[in-house]
Design a protein around this ligand. Structure first.
Ligand code: SF4
Ligand code: FE
Length: 483
């Protein structure tokens, strides 16, 4: 496995065509806006080096028998599925941000079982191609970005019916050696911190969409790929002279980028789906299921930090004993643990696919993510309720450091006498960061839209709900039908 330092050094070798705030970024590794996201990703390597987390952070490869980072593992049991969620909660607790590596893990698990079934049905050899890719990822402990979400243009039209054919990524030329693809993937979490990008179709497809039913992996710095950085609320605070207190979470963060593919070449042995439209839906459903499970871990860990920060804030203000305060902290905990319960439940009810790899219970994974579209908002509302207005009205760190204003801030922003004013300012800014600032992207809108927007889960819940069996139960009990 790679150490954290080896991982960071390996990223320096990438030659990404990255743009941010109107400028080309030649050194993303040391860029102050981007670096916190790298630190979060690097935590997936650092914790795997720590013996106390070995059971959660590492696994044994079913291919090589070697010890691997769990983020490159193909789940072989419900125990693996449960440990995945626990690992994600741990990382959420350690970073209070999106640590990004799950998307690739979920994409690899979706493609492993799907390519197996695809080959069985169509006589193709995509699973062999995928095994070759996976072996390299496991042996070299690579970071993989899973790229699903197309920009989609007119949502009412199929990929091949769009006014601009590039609004869904597609094959533009076929040669004896491979294919050329053009299109764009939006909201790509962790792309800049990844060595490889694993591309999948974004929706179920029909005959006529063959050129759009394409899945493959290429290096993230392949020729023809352009990246445009997604900006976040309060991101430029990281560039200010005093950038410790006001950023809220100085060390960790997350990022998303718009990834543009302009005639990118994909060699044949890196293709995992190529025109078999009937299998696009299986890949989408399995990837989405795995990523909906993931949120029952990562968002819970981030929630742990937010609940802790809120408990600190009320202590510092001297109101920890008020009964409504205690009750709101209980409510936050109840909501957070409900999400965890769903993540564990869909894992423990997982089952093997034809390939032998395990898949989560899809109904429960979708229920998990549906709750994630709601509960973090309630938790954040309660955090803001208890933190009080000072969370957003306190002066800047620059004013706190300025001798002309420091003493006033020190004196008048103090809560209980035993707590330094600076500590209180730091905790309040952390709450601001997680509910309104850079980290809120990962905790709130990502809870809403990541792994699919709420309606996508409702469609899956409806499909998996087995309403006919429920009706039958009622009809038998009411003696409408005989047993
Ligand atoms: Fe992982 Fe959560 Fe970030 Fe998705 S949102 S990549 S599950 S940390
Ligand atoms: Fe996500």
């Amino acid at each position: 496995m790679m150490t954290k330092d080896q991982y960071i050094e390996s990223l320096r070798k990438l030659n990404l065509n990255l743009w941010m705030f109107g400028k080309k970024i030649d050194n993303p590794v040391d860029d102050p806006v981007i670096r916190p996201s790298l630190n979060s990703f690097a935590a997936t390597y650092a914790l795997a080096e720590d013996p106390q987390y070995e059971d959660l952070m590492t696994a044994t490869s079913h291919l090589s028998g070697k010890k691997i980072n769990r983020f490159t593992n193909i789940h072989q049991s419900t125990d693996d599925l449960i440990k995945k969620v626990k690992m994600q909660r741990l990382l959420g607790q350690k970073t209070a941000a999106c640590f990004q590596r799950c998307v690739g893990m979920d994409a690899m698990n979706a493609l492993y079982s799907s390519t197996y079934e695809l080959d069985e049905a169509c006589g193709t050899s995509y699973h062999q191609n995928f095994l070759k890719f996976l072996t390299r990822v496991q042996d070299e402990d690579l970071a993989v970005d899973g790229a699903m979400t197309d920009v989609k243009g007119d949502r009412g039209l199929a990929p091949s019916k769009q006014a601009d054919p590039d609004l869904f990524l597609h094959v533009v030329e076929r040669t004896a050696d491979g294919v050329y693809v053009t299109g764009a993937k939006a909201h790509q979490t962790g792309y800049i911190n990844s060595h490889e990008v694993l591309v999948m179709p974004t929706i179920s497809m029909r005959p006529g969409d063959e050129d759009y039913a394409i899945s493959f992996a290429v290096p993230t710095d392949s020729e023809g790929i352009t990246l445009i950085y997604g900006r976040q609320s309060c991101d430029t605070r990281k560039l200010e002279e005093y950038n410790s207190i006001d950023v809220g979470n100085q060390t960790y963060g997350g990022h998303e980028v718009l990834v543009i593919f302009d005639r990118v070449f994909v060699p044949n042995d890196r293709i995992f789906l190529n025109g078999e439209v009937q299998f696009a839906g299986m890949i989408v459903e399995r990837f989405a299921g795995f990523h909906r499970q993931s949120y029952g871990g990562c968002k819970v860990g981030v929630g742990d930090v937010l609940i802790g920060a809120t408990a600190e804030a009320v202590d510092m203000a001297g109101c920890a004993k008020a009964s409504h305060v205690k009750d709101k902290l209980i409510e936050m905990t109840h909501l957070n643990e409900t999400l965890y319960a769903c993540g564990i439940a869909c894992s423990s009810q997982g089952a093997p696919t034809k390939s032998g790899a395990y898949l989560i219970d899809l109904l429960l994974a979708n229920v998990c993510k549906q709750n994630v579209t709601r509960f973090p908002y309630d938790i954040a509302r309660l955090a803001q309720d208890l933190a009080g207005g000072l969370m957003v009205t306190q002066p800047s760190e620059a004013d706190y450091r300025n001798p002309a204003t420091h003493d006033y801030i020190e004196k008048y922003l103090k809560g209980i006498a035993s707590v330094p004013t600076e500590d209180r300012m730091r905790i309040l800014r952390l709450i601001e960061n997680m509910t309104m600032g850079t980290a809120a992207v990962g905790y709130l809108p990502e809870s809403m839209h990541g792994a699919g927007s709420p309606q996508a889960q409702r469609i899956m819940i409806s499909r998996q709900s087995n309403m006919a069996a429920k009706r039958k139960l009622a009809r038998v009990i009411a003696h409408v039908d005989a047993e």
